[in-house]
Design a protein around this ligand. Structure first.
Ligand code: DOR
Ligand code: ZN
Length: 345
């Protein structure tokens, strides 16, 4: 097959940052995706509908006036969230979900939830109003090995949570393990998962490939090959519980190439082409549209996009480096060759 045309995809997990950085990266997402679920882990975090609306406006201001790109805003859950915040979401047209970061789990998560019981009334309200909870699924206990934190979270936190809130819509974000694949596959229809390009492409060997590779470091961290294979199988299976979420999370080159490098991989430039390549390698190009353009919209209860996009077989080299505010960012697969190219629309 030399070309493939699919309904324009959405990105159900995206970090756009703010200010100059936002202006540098938002155009890449708008070129590939019709809509994106925008992560709220700014500093300070986006905790209210009012802050989300202001952030949405800053995003739209960076784009041409006639842009088709639609940011789907989210709120950052803190210990101090109130049920009235959820009532506001239910009334707000542009806010679609609430993000749970266990405090200390990842970048800008220090305002996150310290104990889930602190937000039980809020979760109750979300369940009642049909607002999805998006979860960074890792425990933060330093005694738990970083490669086991997702699995332990599923067993110790997520399973009891789903028991207690059996109608709550939950997306387990950026899954990295076979455990997550199995848990989501066997879970209720209210449970789904997003899949990033890096967790389809790489196992943890990519962190240590002829030396330490900070640009392949994200959280949850890449896992063993057996886990990557399980995720590839789930994403390309046509199972409607798995859908596209890039977790594109740009950091300045300098802050990744550091003695304490930030977690996050920038993939907004080429994510769609990478997913396409992975699906082709699996002989499952016929399942790409479902994963990229249908399953997520269905789970979120939003309409399918009408526009189509075409990718053609064409090799191209991913730029080594891109501008990022007054710094630079290194994209996923920097300097490597891709076989598919999204045609400009
Ligand atoms: O690698 C990551 N980067 N994982 C996250 O959960 C957050 C993200 C970021 O914001 O940089
Ligand atoms: Zn993320």
């Amino acid at each position: 097959m030399d070309s493939i045309t699919i309904i324009q995809p959405d990105d159900f997990h995206l970090h756009l940052r703010d200010e100059e950085a936002l202006n540098s990266v938002v155009h890449d997402s708008a070129r590939q995706f019709a809509r994106a679920v925008i992560m709220p882990n700014l500093k300070p975090p986006v905790t209210t509908v009012e802050l989300a609306m202001a952030y949405r406006q800053r995003i739209l201001t960076c784009l041409p006036e006639d842009t088709d790109f639609t940011p789907l805003m989210t709120l950052y859950l803190t210990d101090r969230a109130r049920t009235s915040d959820i009532e506001e979401i239910a009334k707000a047209e542009f806010v679609h979900a609430v993000k749970l970061y266990p405090a200390g789990a990842t970048t800008n998560s220090e305002y996150g939830v310290t104990e889930l019981k602190n937000v039980f009334p809020v979760l109750e309200k979300m369940q009642e109003s049909g607002v999805p909870l998006l979860i960074h699924g890792e425990v933060t206990n330093p005694d738990v090995d970083p490669f086991d934190r997702e699995k332990v979270f599923i067993n110790d936190v997520l399973a009891p949570l789903l028991k207690q809130f059996s109608e709550l819509k939950v997306v387990l974000e950026h899954i990295t393990t076979r455990d997550a694949v199995d848990f989501v596959s066997n879970g209720p229809s209210t449970l789904a998962a997003t899949v990033t390009p890096q967790h389809l492409l790489y196992n943890r060997g990519a962190l240590f490939n002829n030396g330490l590779r900070p640009h392949n470091f994200c959280l949850p961290v890449l896992k063993r090959e057996e886990h990557r294979l399980a995720i590839v199988e789930a994403a390309t299976s046509g199972n409607e519980k798995f859908f596209l979420g890039t977790d594109s999370a740009p950091h300045a080159k300098d802050s990744k190439e550091s003695d304490c490098g930030c977690a996050g991989i920038y993939s907004a430039l080429n994510a769609l082409e990478i997913y396409t390549q992975v699906f082709e390698d699996q002989g499952c190009l016929d399942k790409l549209e479902q994963f990229a353009s249908i399953n997520g919209a269905r789970f979120y209860g939003i309409s399918q996009n009408t526009k189509k996009v075409t990718l053609t077989k064409q090799t191209w080299e991913v730029p080594r480096i891109l501008p990022f505010g007054d710094n630079e960012v290194v994209p996923l697969m920097s300097g490597e060759t891709l076989r598919w190219k999204l045609q400009s629309q």
